[in-house]
Design a protein around this ligand. Structure first.
Ligand code: ATP
Length: 511
């Protein structure tokens, strides 16, 4: 039961069971449902305002989710602003002067084509309907036909040819999944920006927008940053923060949300060099993912056929989510579109003076509006990529030959919510005191978790379920020789090490 934009409230049971109510689930769908349930049960992601039955496509992050999210954000921020000497960060406001969105083109063209089925009243994004049809063709082995359908769709979307798009739905016999009919309304555009009023007196209030992307906060600050941080082209400005889109159909858990977080970097370059930098960032961004420990086989590039109004080249970095390969990050060569438009609308020059010598003329390059390469990744989508890649229901054969099962999150140690669990074997005999001492010496440097309740096996399982890479058990032998048992999450191997080595082992893994 996907209620879409028309009915914003999604019942609690519907939230977890709407896919389950369908007859047969593929193993991937089953796995995705298990991941969603796990995320809730272990404090990663909750439906927003759940006691009121939730709000469609809005989610809250729980104790472990907020740690994981912060760690992903920090990993990105560090790679951008610390590892690149020519990239600096900003933190712009969510509200911006409304003219910003006229200049950027969002007021006129930040929209998706939607269609309603008259029988079921269900609303769809037209591109999603056609993509679903292409997926079913592909599954039936008609790969060339599926590719041709997607190419045709992109061409028609590119030229805003809604009549031909509607005909494509008819020709392809695309029907509503609820009513089974093709009794469609006409296709129309739907602007995705949320608006609200600024000011307390209705007559004087101005309509302003919740930003649909963080990028414009960077563009309008281009000269402030360039001057104050004394940046020379090429240089970048990075920002993380909330963005809001009134998505027509919100689905797939935190993949498509109405309130989400982006991590964007705009890289300002000399005109004519944009292709070189586009290629550079394409590779650099893929490397960021694989260096984190994400498998290269789950990534692929998808070049855009339909280019946005501001781009001269664009691609998606797609990730293989449990529901297939989908966009995780976008790389766009945005030309000088944004700065030129802001110059036009604000009547303030957005130029940069480049005093490097142009070899062709022997003179400085002089004044120009820089071109921009953008890298833009959804933090929540990255969270979902990490979570779905990490999740495993593992069958274990124990030493005595019996079998067992565990759910484990193989989250890269660097971004795991908790790095080290400290577990005294029993609650007495001075073991908690030793454990507390270890806790005190480690907790200033990385996130630790202390627990003395339940059997040790049970405690290990709980840490596996939240992705803690290391557990340390303090037992009676510790009192004699200051050694502890360290247990490694992925291999489940254990070894005896001196207690003074524990911090070093963890720090080595998360560096
Ligand atoms: P899509 O085609 O999936 O709607 P988009 O091409 O509109 O995405 P961009 O405008 O390029 O997305 O935004 C950059 C990134 O922000 C995306 O790659 C994605 O990771 C993230 N993002 C965009 N929309 C959403 C959303 N509704 N929920 C969560 N993340 C999003």
């Amino acid at each position: 039961m996907d209620k879409g934009a028309k009915t914003p409230f999604l019942g609690r049971m519907a939230y977890f069971c709407h896919v389950m109510s369908k007859p047969a689930l593929t193993p991937q769908e089953n796995n995705f449902q298990a991941i969603i349930s796990h995320a809730k049960e272990y404090g990663f992601v909750f439906p927003s305002s759940e006691i009121y039955d939730g709000l469609s496509a809005v989610y809250d992050y729980g104790p472990y989710g907020s740690e994981l999210k912060k760690n992903i954000r920090d990993y990105w921020w560090h790679s951008m602003t610390q590892m690149h000497e020519n990239i600096v960060g900003i933190d712009a406001a969510i509200f911006m002067h409304p003219t910003t969105w006229k200049a950027s083109g969002h007021v006129d063209s930040f929209s998706d084509p939607l269609i309603d089925n008259k029988d079921s009243q269900k609303r769809y994004r037209v591109d999603h309907l056609i993509e679903a049809k292409a997926d079913s063709l592909r599954a039936a082995g008609a790969v060339a036909e599926a590719d041709a359908l997607i190419a045709k769709m992109e061409e028609l979307l590119g030229s805003d040819n809604f009549e031909a798009l509607q005909q494509l739905l008819v020709d392809q016999k695309i029907t509503c999944t609820v009513s089974g009919t093709s009794n469609w309304t006409a296709i129309r555009q739907f602007n995705l920006m949320f608006d609200t009023q600024l000011g307390s007196v209705a007559e004087d209030a101005n309509t302003i927008y919740l930003r649909p992307e963080t990028a414009q906060g960077i563009f309008v600050n281009f000269l402030n940053v360039q001057k104050t941080a004394r940046m020379k082209v090429p240089f970048g400005i990075a920002q993380t923060g909330k963005a809001f889109r009134n998505e027509i159909v919100a689905r797939q858990f935190i993949f498509r949300m109405r309130e989400f977080e982006q991590m964007e970097m705009q890289f300002f370059v000399r005109p004519g060099t944009q292709k070189k930098w586009y290629d550079y960032w394409k590779e650099a961004r893929l490397l960021w993912h694989t260096e984190l420990g994400m498998p290269a086989s789950k990534y692929r590039f998808h070049d855009h056929v339909k280019l946005a109004h501001y781009a001269d080249a664009a691609l998606d970095i797609e990730f293989e989510f449990p529901f297939g390969f989908k966009e995780l990050e976008g790389i766009h060569s945005r030309t000088d579109f944004d700065l030129t438009r802001h110059q036009e609308f604000s009547k303030k020059k957005q130029q940069y003076f480049d005093n490097d010598i142009d070899e062709a003329t022997g003179k400085p390059y002089g004044n120009y509006i820089p071109y921009v390469i953008e890298t833009s990744i959804g933090l929540d989508r990255m969270f979902l990529a990490v979570l779905s890649n990490a999740y495993e229901e593992e069958k274990i054969t124990k030493e005595d030959g019996s079998t067992d099962e565990r759910v484990v999150l193989h989250i890269p140690a660097k971004i795991a919510p908790v790095k080290l669990a400290i577990l005294p074997l029993v609650k007495k005999d001075g073991l908690p005191e030793i454990a507390r001492e270890l806790m005190d010496s480690c907790k200033g440097q990385f996130k630790c978790f202390y627990e003395e309740k339940d059997a040790i096996g049970k405690r290990y399982r709980r840490q596996d379920a939240i992705g803690t890479p290391f557990c340390v058990t303090i037992d009676h032998q510790t009192k004699e020789d200051q050694t502890v048992t360290i247990r490694y999450r992925d291999a489940m191997t254990q070894e005896r090490v001196h207690i003074s080595k524990v911090k070093e082992i963890v720090l080595g893994a998360i560096a």
